[in-house]
Design a binder for this molecule. Structure first.
Ligand code: NDP
Length: 450
């Protein structure tokens, strides 16, 4: 991916990162993608090189690792790992979600925290970058077990976070239920009602549009990309993966804008509904996933459509693909099939869902490719607005927040164009990486060697 003249510099830098952080493959992948676009820019702007900004940015300011013991409904003791990566606080308190999933490890959370620094900077709001979570699997656990786990997790985390220090939010496996239990325990331990978490319930400090924000934002970003070719989402066929928070609200907004969503998935497989997933069918999915906590397979029996066990949805005919499940869920072959089938827009709701080889395929084909750190920044942007409302002790209306979210997504798109335009082609990867980097790097230089 690197501009060939700079490839040796990228390789040299990556060799050091890999040696210092062995086995953290997702972290290496995320860093390499950023470094490949930044090295030419840094060579042209030597102040960043002299201050060793890149070397500092790949080293987290602080990592907290802890034991999370809890007892299950049978009274048996369970032990999980707890993590919080405080990556960069140059432009604001650490900010980023918590992920509860059995695959969680240090390398995955470091990749997510690293991406978060650039993403948060792109939103134009004053937020640093962080990420955290646990290898705890909420699937198949009772509400009582989830509560006991969350209480134990916060019993350690509370001393490291705070509204002006580090403000976690949700991510995979952490939704409204988990944020509620975490917030309750923080308040009890700290004796303080503050905006220490975002994604809170409406009645206790949460913001309107926060649940919708990532999916809506990724859809607004797709619409902005389409506009550069004089098009919009109306009448377009859209393939979406996942069926959690991001996928649900991407489906809602795409449908509202006149597009037709034909797929959804979970870790078991995907459903293909050529008629489109309309409002009524989406309500079924929301109830199935958020209340019943069931499997997407049930959609197929309810609506008589096909279910593809153990498969991902990238073989269907579509104009737009929105991966909204997890990292590395589109590989090189799948990217080629998407393009062969007519897909010319990829807007990433998930973080790093395309492998580096898949990204090379998009670049080669010169499609409209919006990487996660730009396209899915709407979630953290509205988290930033939740923090503002908590500080003001005010609540803005749905229209006000949706308006601000829409404007932020347009501004992020503008930034990507500013730094990524190359003749007729817009390299959104380069645009997002440089656009996110400059503000953080300048702040780091201003604050000295810290
Ligand atoms: P949810 O937990 O609500 O949903 C995740 C969805 O992805 C589920 O359908 C889940 O299926 C599926 N999934 C998770 N892991 C895998 C896997 N290994 N293989 C196949 N499918 C999988 O999470 P979110 O919707 O919040 O997050 C989705 C993505 O969006 C993540 O990459 C996250 O980092 C990113 N993101 C989320 C933001 C937010 O505001 N929530 C903000 C920015 C990015 P199953 O139920 O079977 O596990």
């Amino acid at each position: 991916m690197a501009n060939s003249a700079y490839e040796p510099l990228v390789k040299e830098f990556m060799a050091k990162v890999i040696a210092k952080n062995p086995a953290e493959v997702e972290f290496h992948q995320a860093v390499e993608e950023v470094v490949a676009s930044l090295v030419p820019y840094i060579e042209e702007n030597p102040k960043y090189k002299a201050a060793k900004i890149l070397e500092r940015m790949v080293e987290p300011e602080r990592i907290i690792l802890f034991r999370v013991p809890w007892s299950d409904d049978k009274g048996e003791v369970q032990v999980n790992k707890g993590f919080r990566i405080e990556m960069n606080s140059a432009i604001g308190p650490y900010k980023g979600g918590l992920r509860f999933h059995p695959t969680v490890n240090l390398g995955i959370l470091k990749f997510l925290a690293f991406e978060q620094v650039f993403k948060n900077s792109l939103t134009t709001l004053p937020m640093g970058g962080g990420k955290g979570g646990s290898d705890f699997d909420p699937k198949g656990k009772s509400d009582n077990e989830v509560m006991h786990f969350c209480q134990s997790f916060m019993t350690e985390l509370y001393r490291h976070v705070g509204p002006n220090t580090d403000v976690p939010a949700g991510d995979i496996g952490v939704g409204g239920r988990e944020i509620g239990y975490l917030f309750g325990q923080y308040k009890r331990l700290q004796n303080e009602f503050t905006g220490v978490l975002t994604g809170k319930g409406r009645e206790w400090g949460g913001s309107l549009i926060r649940p919708e924000a990532t999916g809506y934002g990724a859809t607004y970003f797709a619409e902005e990309m389409l506009k550069t070719r004089g098009k919009d989402l109306a009448g377009k066929t859209v393939a979406i993966s996942g069926s959690g928070n991001v996928a649900q609200f991407a489906t809602e907004k795409v449908t509202e804008l006149g597009g037709k969503v034909v797929t959804l998935s979970d870790s078991g497989g995907y459903i293909y509904d050529p008629q489109g997933i309309d409002k009524e069918k989406l309500n079924f999915v929301m109830h199935l996933k958020n209340v019943k906590r069931g499997r997407i397979k049930e959609y197929a029996s309810k609506y008589g459509v096909e279910y593809f066990e153990g498969k991902r949805p990238w073989g269907v005919q579509c104009d737009v693909a929105m991966p909204c499940a997890t990292q590395n869920e589109i590989n090189e072959d799948e990217a080629k099939i998407l393009i062969d089938n007519g897909c010319y827009v990829v807007s990433e709701g998930a973080n790093m869902p395309s492998t580096p080889e898949a990204v090379d395929v998009y670049m080669e084909a010169k499609i409209l490719y919006g990487p996660g750190k730009a396209a899915n920044a709407g979630g953290v942007a509205v988290s930033g607005l939740e923090m503002s409302q908590n500080s003001l002790r005010l609540s803005w209306t749905r229209e006000e927040i949706d308006g601000k979210l829409h404007q932020i997504m347009k501004d992020i798109h503008e930034t990507c164009v500013k730094f990524g335009k190359d003749g007729d082609f817009i390299d959104y990867v380069k645009g997002a990486n440089i656009g996110g980097f400059v503000k953080v790097a300048d702040a780091m230089i201003a604050q000295g060697v810290v």
